[in-house]
Write a protein that binds this ligand. Structure first.
Ligand code: GLA
Length: 678
């Protein structure tokens, strides 16, 4: 079975948003500082316009120095101090960092890696998610915290734990093994159903009972892929169970408060299938950190924010963490340029965030993250960084009216899926050069450059109302997706499916009869053989484009051939096809990774065919997104280039002040937010 996916994105939060305007603040860790600093902290927060801080995330060791002995005084005082200053508290349950005494009493709760090595305490998230010990103690301390602080007027929201599965995503210990077996027994009921699903006839891996099954620990060569995929599902479900257990305590004690937890929809993190968690949350939150040396980092930020909005069902969400400047965990931690922090922040808001928070308020003096930037740097408040922080707070204050509006619904959807990602990651595939989300990012980037807004949706989402649906490398597709895509095409829409999509069933068994088994009829093609390229190899297409990484030998009996391969392993055969149906809709198939300009041209053709236009006509490098709400429309324009660029829109600029006329310039690396139609 496993946890249900998709469906309603979440229980809509009917109560108030935690702040009046856009939320602004940070993780606040006063326990790292002598109390004399706190008054200064709160005064500086007021100066910066901070209205929400996440408190207590790593404070369990301070709150409960010995089992059952609590030291609440410090937290009482800081919560009161914040309240007096009008600053709201996003109070954390502290399970991300259990106290040393708990580890010493229960070393069996430490996670074990695939090699059988047990971790030791001394960092954070050092627990096995299947451990009954952490579950019991995490829910116990959650109750203690909720009962003591949940009715304090400063407390606006719950922050459950922190970045679930960031460091402890997979545990291979004996407790996990037993829980995995229980999960499998619930999913398959009968061991022969498991044998069939996992294809255990291969290499004689047949199991006689669930008791014989282990997690996919280190073995001699390739593990059973069905086992690994189910272990991913099981591990993700275990975190969701843990979230549900903590959230249940909070809801029981404080039903008036919304519950969130900070996701990591960024980069390559994919330890949890978040579609199974959104129904448990009232507000969806995300942490996002730029890869400092990525010159297209802003495009990755946009992709992350769009994925988050898709998970939130289009509702406003919270940016729970990002950085004011450098982080401390990349090989080279580059400081942000002046203006970059503002641009990053407003880019998240443009794409649906109703809050901009940082890790962390005051840069730590000691400990693992002392070289990670904060809102108040080591240099103190007399610094350009803090002056920018104050400026950002003032800007967000002027954007208060945007809160509650939503990003205008896109006509283009791009699908992604964590389970497809896990399956794509499995060993012994046709090439090591194909990476999940690689093509999704390229397609998203092409639309971004063309100024076309796209909803990046979980593959289980409702597709009604979309004119274009892009399906990049969705190796394992939900079983009903083909029907949902066919409905889009039947209504005159355009669907673009790429190579290595719809190849296997949910147990990673190939759908036979020619690839892509899930989409053959929809696309009118039949792939007989994959033909990946040599390292850095390329092929030419008849339309002049270059293909990279992957080609296929296939026939297009029921589709028009738009381009063929002129060389390479599939020379002479089709490369790009289109099956048009009555009513004008079409299903396009792309069998190779096109070079950048060729991919942009193909995407342009597909969106043109569907009659989809950019938000406004714009030069490349100017990102434009519109939010709409009951009280108005706001156009966000972010200039990611070193030249001033014209914006063809009219309105009052809430960032710089004044009126923006059609064609007026957005300064190089600058941002304008126009209140339109006023
Ligand atoms: C994560 C964590 C924070 C902090 C930051 C540093 O987002 O949630 O506690 O470690 O990373 O970038």
């Amino acid at each position: 079975m496993g946890r249900p996916r998709g469906g309603d994105p979440m229980t809509r939060w009917a109560g108030p948003w935690p702040t009046d305007g856009i939320a602004y603040g940070a993780d606040y860790n006063p326990e790292q500082w002598p109390e004399e600093v706190w008054a200064d902290d709160v005064a500086l927060m007021r100066q910066a316009g901070v209205n929400l801080v996440s408190l207590g995330i790593f404070s369990w060791g301070q709150l409960e120095p010995e089992e059952g002995r609590f030291e609440f005084g410090w937290l009482d005082r800081i919560v009161d101090l914040l309240h007096e200053a009008g600053i709201g508290v996003d109070l954390a349950t502290p399970s991300a960092a259990p106290p040393v005494w708990l580890h010493l009493a229960h070393p069996e709760m430490l996670p074990v890696d695939a090699d059988g090595l047990r971790y030791t305490h001394g960092s954070r998230e050092s627990w096995c998610v299947s451990s009954p010990v952490i579950r019991e103690h995490a829910t116990r301390i959650a109750r203690v915290v909720a009962e003591r602080y949940g009715h304090h007027p400063a407390v606006r929201m719950w922050h459950v734990s922190n970045e679930f599965a960031c460091h402890n995503g997979r545990c291979y210990c004996d407790v996990s093994a037993a829980a995995f077996r229980d999960w499998l027994a619930a999913r398959y009921a009968d061991i022969d159903a498991l044998n069939l699903a996992w294809g255990t006839a291969f290499w004689g891996q047949r199991y006689a009972s669930f008791e014989q099954v282990l997690p996919p620990r280190r073995t001699t060569t390739i593990s059973n892929p069905g086992q690994t995929l189910d272990f991913d599902r099981f591990s993700s479900d275990a975190f969701v169970d843990h979230l549900e257990a903590e959230a249940a305590v909070l809801r029981e004690v404080t039903p008036h408060l919304p519950v969130t937890t900070n996701y990591m929809v960024m980069g390559d993190f994919h330890q949890i299938d978040y579609t199974t968690t959104t129904p448990l949350l009232d507000i969806v939150s995300n942490d996002h950190y730029l890869k400092a040396d990525d010159p297209r980092g802003w495009a990755e930020l946009a992709f992350s924010a769009d994925r988050l909005r898709g998970l939130a069902g289009g509702d406003p969400w919270l940016l729970m963490e990002h950085s004011t400047s450098a982080v401390n965990w990349q090989p080279r931690n580059l400081a942000k340029e002046p203006g970059e922090m503002l641009r990053n922040s407003l880019q998240h808001v443009a794409r649906g965030a109703d809050g901009v928070l940082f890790f962390q308020w005051r840069q730590s003096r000691a400990g693992a993250e002392k070289y990670h930037s904060g809102m108040v740097p080591h240099a103190g408040a007399d610094s350009d960084r803090f002056r920018e922080v104050v400026g950002l707070g003032a800007t967000l204050g002027r954007l208060a009216e945007v809160r509650g509006s939503v990003v205008e619904k896109a006509r283009v959807a791009l699908l992604w899926d964590t389970q497809a990602w896990w399956a794509t990651d499995l060993e012994a595939h046709p090439t090591v050069d194909l990476h999940y989300l690689d093509l999704a990012r390229r397609l998203h980037g092409a639309l971004l450059d063309a100024g076309v807004v796209v909803d990046v949706l979980p593959a289980t989402s409702d597709l009604d109302g979309y004119d274009v649906v892009l399906v990049p490398t969705l190796y394992l597709a939900p079983t009903d997706l083909s029907d949902r895509l066919a409905a889009v095409v039947a209504h005159g829409g355009h669907v673009l499916v790429s190579y290595f999509s719809g190849i296997v069933d949910e147990s990673d068994r190939v759908l036979l009869g020619g690839y892509p088994g899930a989409f053959r009829d929809l696309l009118g093609v039949r792939v007989e053989e994959f033909a990946p390229l040599r390292e850095n190899g390329t092929v030419r297409l008849s339309d002049g484009a270059t293909g990279e990484v992957w080609t296929e030998r296939f026939t297009a009996a029921d589709a028009e051939v738009l381009a063929t391969y002129t060389d390479g392993p599939a020379a002479g055969g089709p490369a790009i096809t289109r099956r048009t149906v009555d009513g004008g809709g079409a299903a396009w198939y792309l069998s190779t990774r096109l070079d950048g300009p060729a991919l942009a041209a193909l995407v342009g053709r597909v969106v043109d065919a569907a009659g989809v236009a950019p938000v406004v006509e714009q030069p490349g490098g100017l990102e434009v997104v519109r939010r709409t709400g009951e009280s108005g429309r706001w156009l966000f324009a972010l200039n990611h280039t070193d030249a001033d660029l014209p914006l063809q829109a009219v309105g009052v600029d809430l960032v710089g002040g004044g009126t923006h006329g059609r064609g007026d310039l957005v300064p190089a690396r600058g941002v304008v937010v126009l209140r339109e139609g006023a």
